[in-house]
Write a protein that binds this ligand. Structure first.
Ligand SMILES: Cc1cc2nc3c(=O)[nH]c(=O)nc-3n(C[C@H](O)[C@H](O)[C@H](O)COP(=O)(O)OP(=O)(O)OC[C@H]3O[C@@H](n4cnc5c(N)ncnc54)[C@H](O)[C@@H]3O)c2cc1C
Length: 391
């Protein structure tokens, strides 16, 4: 195990996780090379919604991690680094059926148990407080203290503040090992070999091949929509709206609510620009980064059913991105099994914008032999030891 802080590091992947890791390494004076097969925020980070949210997290380690993730965004915004890039707002989880009400009541209790401030609105309170909502809405839970951030803006802030220039179009192809395979001596790329004291894999869907974890990490596509500006309607919404069905599509609930193969869970986020970001799907199949009319029309139909005023707002664009999921639903963060100086941080599925900065900070603390801010015990890559090429 790396016990003293290293003097140099290579971070593979310049999405939000790699950029945050590089930022926290650089802040300690460690020489960092941040390399990417493409460009900063080229993959999931550049195609995400951006909810910095505890609201949808499954009770347990993910909810605990998200609480720390949201708190760090607040600290970094107050410190100036993320000022203006992190919008504070509530999330309103809305139930429109008896099934959703039951799920929402259980979820609200779990959030409250984790220390989150929640408030239940129903009947006339709900109508008065949230006029933009359709009468279909039976109840809502306001989750306080949440926020929104655009992934590529956060990456830009982190890189600018640390003066790190991403080495673009550099694809990592493999590792050179030493000490009987226990240490990474260097990495092999399409543009030659590099060496450093430690290597961190934060390569999103590219991590599967590097780790030999193709059956463990899986791509999960999502389609999102952006509307034109509608300042009046936007101002009438005090926060993001998440349908109770989103909890089901994300599998945020325990047993009995497995996510369907193409989950459709609605989130309507009023952006600072006056536009709305509306999403989205969870798909374990289909062509990467393309939109299809079935998904787009179903998302719009659901959105208008919950916020009827959206019927008069034009759709500006649709886009898609691919999340990196782990088969057990928890990310992979920690030392790579069997390697003293190799680390991985990936598999955040739909939570990496929220968890990216706190994960970068925690992995650097781990590398430097300190107690990480996040409790990483449930995220240990060692739970898959023996199942990857690197083990
Ligand atoms: C539609 C959608 C909606 C989402 N909504 C939210 C949300 O509301 N809230 C939230 O918290 N999260 C959300 N997410 C999830 C979030 O976007 C991801 O979890 C997060 O961006 C993952 O960041 P990353 O740095 O791990 O990976 P990525 O952003 O995928 O970055 C990985 C980088 O590694 C590079 N790379 C890959 N292979 C190699 C290689 N061999 N050599 C060198 N470089 C390589 C890639 O080019 C890429 O730039 C959403 C995602 C999607 C797709």
């Amino acid at each position: 195990m790396q016990s003293r802080p290293p003097s140099s590091a290579i971070v593979i992947g310049s999405g939000i996780v790699g950029a945050a890791t590089a930022y926290f390494l650089a802040r300690r004076g460690i020489a960092v090379r941040l390399i990417d097969a493409s460009a900063p925020a080229a993959e999931a980070t550049g195609a995400a919604d951006g909810a910095v949210s505890v609201a949808s997290k499954r009770p347990g380690p993910m909810m605990a991690a998200a609480l720390k993730g949201v708190a760090l965004y607040g600290e970094l915004a107050d410190a100036g680094l993320l000022a203006g890039a992190f919008k504070r707002r509530s999330t309103f989880i809305v139930a429109a059926s008896d099934e959703e009400c039951a799920v929402l009541e259980a979820h609200s209790a779990a959030l409250a148990g984790a220390g989150v401030r929640v408030e239940t609105l129903s009947g006339t309170d709900l109508r008065q407080d949230f006029r933009a909502l359709s009468p279909q809405a039976k109840m809502a839970v306001e989750v306080h203290g949440e926020g929104h951030a655009i992934g590529y803006q956060i990456v830009h802030r982190l890189l600018t503040a640390s003066g790190i220039v991403v080495e673009r179009d550099m694809r990592v192809e493999g590792f050179q090992l030493e000490d009987g395979g226990r240490r990474i001596a260097g990495i092999t790329t399409n543009r030659g070999s590099l060496t450093a004291d430690v290597v961190v894999i934060a390569a999103g869907n590219g991590s599967a091949e590097l780790l030999g974890f193709s059956g463990i990490l899986t791509p999960r596509k999502g389609q999102l929509l952006v509307t034109e500006r509608a300042p009046e309607l936007n101002a009438a919404m005090r926060g993001a709206i998440m349908s109770g069905r989103y909890l089901l599509s994300k599998g945020s609930q325990k047993a009995g609510h497995a996510p369907p193969p193409r989950g459709l869970g609605l989130v309507i986020d009023p952006l600072v620009t006056g536009q709305f970001l509306i999403g989205g799907t969870r798909e374990d199949f289909g062509k990467r980064e393309t939109n299809d009319i079935d998904a787009v029309s179903r998302i719009l139909k659901d959105a208008v059913a919950l916020v009827p005023g959206l019927a008069g707002v034009r759709l500006l664009r649709s886009f898609a991105g691919v999340r990196t999921a782990v088969i057990d639903g928890l990310p992979l963060v920690g030392r790579i099994p069997g390697l003293e100086n190799g680390y991985v941080a990936t598999g955040f599925e739909g939570d990496g914008i929220c968890l990216g900065p706190v994960t970068g900070k925690s992995i650097v603390q781990l590398i430097c032999g300190e107690e990480p801010d996040l409790d990483l015990s449930s995220f240990e890559p060692a739970r898959f030891a023996g199942q990857g090429a690197s083990a």
